[in-house]
Design a protein around this ligand. Sequence first.
Ligand code: GLV
Ligand code: MG
Length: 303
Amino acid sequence: MTPIKRRRSILSVPGHRETMHQKAAPCDADVIMLDLEDSCPVDEKTRARATIRASIRTLDWGDKTLTLRINPVDTPYALRDLLEIIPAAGSRLDTVVVPKVESAADLHFVDRVLTSLETEAGIERPIGIEAIIESAKALRDADAIAAASSRLRCLVFGIADYSASIHMPLTSVSGHGENDGVYPGDPLHFVYGRLIMCGKAAGLQVIDAPHGNFRDPEATRIAAHRSRALGFDGKWAIHPAQIDILNQIFSPDEEEIARARQVIETYEQAKAEKKGAAAIGGSMIDQASLRMARDVMARAGIQ
Ligand code: GLV
Ligand code: MG
């Protein structure tokens, strides 16, 4: 079974904060995202590019996935972000995260620029792309966006910008998924479903937005459980304190692994007896149950 490239926890780090890069390098997040967009003030963007270049080259990132969030493609910064970082980062950079994607054309642009820069710099492993879906238009066109480039690895939900784009009231402090209880149910349920459907249909991973209140581990845990239950592969973190919680929740636990093993063994036995289905307790299992069980094993890194 092909091992899954895990993206359980994605720590977002402001591009201009060198000391945060130093703290992030040895942490346990699966992915570090160096950010040139919204956590980096406009008058810090130039310095941030130099800081990011130095951090990518000099810090030991271990086997973490390293990503760079550029600015939206319609700003005066995005092209320069790519020109100034991609050749210097070489093959250590895994993906470019493109925020505020509005159409497949935005990703065609990034794809072509990456091809040109990779060729010029002799980078052999193609750099991937992650698309943040954070407007009503992007959500509507998420299927076309998800199919826009062979470089695409994930769709990511940008909860705050999405909420702003549809004029949701700011009923919580940050707008980053703290449940305010105003709406009976989850006001973003449809959004999650559509995003997951479009991403998975294109063979991509789908990543949820961070939980805004990093001082509340229990709320982070509940939010992460909900994300995983829906089919998300991981979740952004805005603070190192959230990483262990995410790694734990997005990994199958022992009970889940034991259940998956039992399903696989029972099904294999039924197959040997030329039966298409079997039962564990009072529950029917069939080939679909087998697929789910194998997915659990792959996520647990068990061959
Ligand atoms: C992230 O980019 C967000 O808008 O929530
Ligand atoms: Mg955003």
